[in-house]
Design a protein around this ligand. Sequence first.
Ligand SMILES: *Cc1c(COP(=O)(O)O)cnc(C)c1O
Length: 388
Amino acid sequence: MIIKGHFPIESFKELDTPFYYYDLDLLRDTLDAVGDAVRRDPEFKVHYAVKANANPTILRTIAHAGFGADCVSGPEIEVALKAGFKPEKIVYAGVGKTDKEINLGLDHDIFCFNVESVPELEVINDLAGAKGKTTRVAIRVNPDVGAHTHANITTGLAENKFGIALTDLDRVVDMARALPNVELIGLHFHIGSQILDMTDFTALCNRVNSIVEHLETRGVEIKDINVGGGLGIDYKHPNHHPIPDFALYFATYRRHLKLRPGQNLHFELGRAIVAQCGSLISRVVFVKEGTKKKFVILDAGMTDLIRPALYQAYHRIENISSDSEEIERYDVVGPVCESSDVFGKAVDLPLTRRGDFIALRSAGAYGEIMASHYNCRQLPGAAFSDTI
Ligand SMILES: *Cc1c(COP(=O)(O)O)cnc(C)c1O
């Protein structure tokens, strides 16, 4: 007996595939779980990392729950504001902020710019000065803490385009404090993504503690510490673990990060909030018998969900319309003219036929938002449990 997710198959029959299906009840339950885990810590501030999924309905649901937003571009700030996120709860990171993007943040008085280089700090100071404003900044520090995850999604190691090296921190802090139109409020970190080993976060806490202690001895007050995101999800078992262990995640920080009175601790969770509520739904175009293998060819491809092609990422594949007891082994592939357009090799599925619905699970994060027009393909649509 294969365990599958619950999907409104009858309604799917009316829709063009491929499309993302979002279970908004699960999203709301996930947001509640985050809320429960931080309720006793008013100094914990959770921002949703917009880059994981910027679908307007998803954004509105998260904004409605009272979360802040973590943006990495001007257009992300715009969609976040439009969805109802409050400017005073928006933080903005990114190594290549243009003048136009910085001005947008200044005009909306966002909470904080997470600054990644010296020239960026100078430009923010100049642009704020031109508007007669002073703006809050945090310095993004590269903490030199490795995360046990895929090399393409670690960001906290020494040789990296993100953040300021620890060895340069004192100099940059002094510079920030000397600039008239920026107020240095804190430090920002982000060590990577899909992290399930809490000792990675403990290592970050230890590093943050020693940096903050060092700055204190130099008379630098840090009001805001932002530890980024990165909490992973269970891609293998979305039906058993639909909601990540937020209690354990926040308890790790509560236990290991030494917050001073009056300090706030900011989090930027993306994947952990939205991944499990989304599935990419596709139809089987053909079942092709190769010489040694059978191929299930979907109408969804790497243009709809690029993670398997880009990161060799695993997504659980379910045939949600076959009740066959007979199990067959298939390579599940997309139609795009690239040999990396493969969703899974040697996948055991119930006997699969042309026209069956296939769900690619845990696709709510870094799925729809990374879709492209390659091969002149249309972008995937979106359907929601509330309205289907
Ligand atoms: C991508 C990113 C996040 C979110 O990462 P997740 O792994 O999705 O939680 C948070 N902060 C910054 C700065 C990021 O670039």
